[in-house]
Design a protein around this ligand. Sequence first.
Ligand code: GLA
Length: 493
Amino acid sequence: MAALHIAFALAIFTGNAIGVNNGLARTPQMGWNNWNSLGCDVSESLLHDTSKTIVDSGLRDVGYNYVVLDDCWSAGRDEEGFLQEDLDKFPSGMSNVANEIHKKGLLFGMYSSAGEMTCARYAGSLDWEENDAKSFANWGADYLKYDNCYHMGRFGTPKISFDRYKVMWDAINSTGRPMLYSLCNWGEDYTHTWGMSIANSWRMSGDIYDSFSRPDDLCSCTDASNPHCIAPGSHCSVLNIVNKVAAYADRAQPGGWNDLDMLEVGNGGMTDEEYKAHFSLWAALKSPLLMGNDLRDLSASSLTILNNPAVIAVSQDPLGRSVARIRRDLNVAKDKYGVGEIQVWSGALYDGDQVVILLNAAGEDARISASLEEIFLHEGPESSAPQVKEEWEVYDLWANRMDNAIAQKILDAQGEEELSKLFKEANWYNATEMSYKEGLKKKDQRLMGKKIGKIAPGGSLDKKVKRHSVEMYRLKSVGQGGKRYKMHAKEEL
Ligand code: GLA
């Protein structure tokens, strides 16, 4: 009886009642996708070389385990109606490509569209779902990114879109092969209200582009829940996407995540600080973390953003809760596009910890302060949260960023022996050996960042934040600490 009760409590808590419940993406998926940097320039050798770099550069072992092939891989359908891989691009055939990826301890993702064609006008899967799910399963795919182009008008209400995407979900399930199901319908028809019933993640915006805050008419909507926002668009900046998701960041949950689109880190359009901000926000908002840069050309500075275990530990936190925006100041200096704002984001983490992001998207450096009352607003308004009366240690999650020189040595290393020596020297966090959950339980220092001070009971965090950057902190209670979430965390784990 007692066991039954516990199971029931756990079911409610861990979200076993959630439709998707395929056991995947209990924390946001991590990996790589070719689209942002390479578009249609896909090939077997690209996937081979990329997988090798993901392993050799240590990225697999900090958690990036899905290699996702985007659009442009197919050569249409055969006479029986099954998709064929383009053998000029993938001469060994897709099964062998998948095998090679699996041999490296990585997982393989594929792409199609819930339309008659994909966005780049290759054969789409609409009305061919069963055949295509079978092909993906037979090839050994572990993940399907499912796009929205050429849907033949089958959209316009949440129910119409839901039904169209559910056909593929059912088809995947009937193959018996576990596949992470990643919706790519750009937030159309309020995906954030139904995505979690059939999918592990759902895009909530038109396509990202490699700019921190530049407005672009192709991405006119800043509020995707506004019914007058007729097109999700493309060319959406980091700031635009963050402003869209703010209203429903809390829809993120273990097994189903708001997808803010693939990362642009390393693609060249933003400064180092902007890329750090982009990465920090994606991690704290619990977006999938899919690297979008060409890894054959990985720089040390990109590697040391992408491999920061203290930030990734926020993304992979077992509590699975997104940060929420608790303040947005628009009355600040503007940049050359007339854009400028300051935001404070905060969210609960495992063991009663709290993550805080101070975002300066204004036109100049600024001091940003956030009181404990604001930071714990969602635990109870107007100072009613018990956390406001506690003392907190502050850990800077970027202070221990790996030195570029060490990262460069890793990128230049030849052979496994040299690499494992360097990983040891660099004190590399290896999530393949010790999951983030385990590391957090053990309070592994690499996941904590660097202690920089304290906040007294009733006090504030007050920092100078450079223009177009973030400061990101983990707060740890000196006393009891976030009692409410400590309790939740126990049940979740
Ligand atoms: C759409 C998607 C992108 C990418 C392309 C491929 O634009 O949103 O992420 O998959 O299609 O054509």
